[in-house]
Design a protein around this ligand. Structure first.
Ligand code: SF4
Length: 500
């Protein structure tokens, strides 16, 4: 591990780092997001202060949980940085050994359990880890100076304890064409001009997790690039509040329930994920925050390393799965069928699927290996197997949870009816479960299952599981590349004693 300490913190524009002390807690973090004057659009209107918007706030709460966990369980959610020589939030730490990869996975599972949704911070962590080795190897090959710049930036981020969001997925336009062949070059983020101080980028990044809850955006290419794509081979750190950035907030199923009075119908009123489209119009990146500039041969390694890290990060879904399995067991009990053998068997099936995801994620961490820069990376095959499991098993777990919940989950009256003087008593009378069960508790558990399997947090638990960190086919391509079928055939031939 290259542990050169940060050289000159004052070399970087202070305003971009915010005029506040290092962030120490969830509430500190929430305050750090205020007053940034971000250009955010939701339902066709500009959002004045995202922190106070009832649809956006649950996603900020989920991100804040990453700070609170570091304070509550420092052995799990912090690590000693070789750069600051102090403990830093594990979401800003470069893995120095296999144990760091394992601890990262455990932390992600725990946060899934605590939030029941996507806590959004892993994209940046995985981008930082991928960039550590790629900048090192690029410098070695080209004689460039990206690695030290990157380490300086990382050190400052660790000191301020800020959130680095990753921004990788371009709009992509015609998928059959390379970036430079597109009719509108803006469908891939690219360098649109240069001056004495740095470069300017134009384009868009789609469905970016937690982007406006971040302090920084780390833009990266999204595909393998060729010689003619030099302007698209750009990696740099941009303040989330930089001039020229527009965020168009992605809406989520049932999101407007957060605008209604009461908390029950939301299902999980505290936490949600966040995705938005980020449009960049001539956005400035100074040289000191530019970590790749035209080195097309390093785009593919960057994407592959990022996805290897990120596909294991999807152990987060096993924490969310724990919540859903718990909710399924809870509703079975409230309905009075907890001891039925088929119910017990369904809970075992859900657990088996969930733990299969966990086992592949942890195995890929234990089988990690060091790279030239000193950073460690997960085993690539097992990372792809983990993510492939994630594209399937949460759907089956959700199906069983809905089976155990029953149809009432989608026909329940609203919270407003529940508190109405006329119909409220009728709802309480007819929706009783087993003896001694509070009707409202029963409704709350059903709403949680609805939230996770077809409501707002199904975005994170299901569709994001399918497409985040690459759609299923992307993992199958990598599995095919690494499966070494010839070696396996040789083993079979040897034992079978065949000659041809
Ligand atoms: Fe992290 Fe999971 Fe959200 Fe990805 S989907 S950012 S791995 S919590």
């Amino acid at each position: 591990m290259d542990s050169t300490p940060h050289t000159d913190p004052s070399a970087i524009d202070r305003d971009d780092w915010g005029d506040y002390d290092p962030i120490r807690s969830g509430p500190d973090y929430v305050e750090s997001l205020r007053g940034r004057n971000l250009k955010v659009y939701l339902f066709g209107e500009r959002v004045k202060e995202p922190v106070d918007h009832p649809i956006i706030r649950p996603s900020i709460n989920a991100m804040a949980a990453t700070y609170d966990l570091a304070a509550e369980e420092p052995e799990l959610a912090t690590a000693r940085s070789p750069y600051t020589r102090r403990p830093v939030n594990r979401f800003l730490h470069i893995a120095e050994n296999a144990n760091d990869l394992v601890m990262k996975a455990r932390m992600q599972k725990k946060l899934g359990q605590k939030t029941g949704t996507c806590f959004q911070r892993c994209v940046g962590l995985d981008a930082l880890n991928a960039l550590h080795s790629v900048t090192y190897e690029c410098d070695e090959f080209h004689g460039s100076a990206y690695h030290q710049r990157f380490v300086d930036f990382l050190t400052r981020a660790q000191t301020k304890n800020q959130i680095i969001g990753g921004a990788m997925t371009d709009a992509k336009g015609d998928r059959s064409k390379a970036p430079h062949q597109q009719n509108d070059l803006d469908v891939y983020l690219h360098i649109s001009r240069r001056d004495a101080n740095g470069v300017y980028v134009t384009g868009a990044k789609c469905h970016q997790t937690g982007c406006l809850n971040s302090h920084w955006l780390l833009v990266m290419p999204t595909i393998r690039l060729g010689e003619s794509d030099r302007n698209f081979a750009v990696v740099g750190a941009i303040p989330a509040h930089a001039r020229g950035i527009t965020y168009i907030y992605g809406r989520q199923s049932c999101d407007t329930r957060s605008l209604e009075p009461g908390n029950i119908d939301s299902g999980n009123a505290s936490f949600s994920g966040q995705e938005a489209m980020i449009v960049f119009e001539d956005v400035f990146i100074p040289w000191e925050r530019l970590f790749l500039d035209g080195e097309v041969e390093f785009a593919a390694p960057l994407v592959e390393r990022f996805t290897t890290y990120h596909r294991c990060s999807y152990i987060c879904k096993t924490g969310v799965g724990d919540v859903l399995i718990g909710a399924a067991a809870e509703i079975a009990d409230l309905n009075g069928v907890a001891s039925a053998s088929h119910v017990k068997d369904k809970l075992v099936e859900m657990t088996h699927l969930n733990e299969t995801i966990r086992s592949s994620a942890l195995a890929s961490a234990y089988e990690g290996r060091p790279l030239k820069s000193g950073a460690w990376i997960n085993d690539e095959m097992l990372a792809n197997v983990c993510k492939q499991n994630v594209t399937r098993f949460p759907y089956e777990i959700s199906r069983i949870a809905q089976d155990l919940a029953g149809g009432l989950m989608v026909t329940l009256p609203s919270e407003q009816d529940l508190v109405d003087d006329d119909v409220g008593p009728l709802i309480r009378k007819f929706l009783v479960g087993r003896d001694g069960v509070d009707v409202v508790d029963r409704i709350k558990v059903l709403r949680l299952i609805e939230n996770m399997t077809l409501g707002r947090n199904a975005v994170g638990y299901l569709t994001e599981s399918m497409h985040g960190a690459g759609s299923p086919q992307a993992q199958r391509i990598q599995i095919a590349r690494g499966m070494n079928i010839d070696e396996k055939r040789k083993l079979a031939r040897t034992l079978a004693g065949t000659k041809s």
